[in-house]
Design a protein around this ligand. Sequence first.
Ligand SMILES: [Zn+2]
Length: 71
Amino acid sequence: MTAACPFCAQPNVPQALVCSSCSRDIAIPESLIAERDDLIRKRAMAGEELEQAKAELEALRRRQRISLRRS
Ligand SMILES: [Zn+2]
């Protein structure tokens, strides 16, 4: 398996710390990987909350329609 360099797009072995082609630093710090995983989790949670909010809004609209019909 190879990992493409983000600068020159040349393939490198995944464990490489510097690109074999352009010699730039391509190592990703573990803290950044952890941060990314955390952000992905938060994004998934925000998406769920958004869906829930949309469902609540739709329920409120439906209720409002019903009460308008009654009056
Ligand atoms: Zn490179």
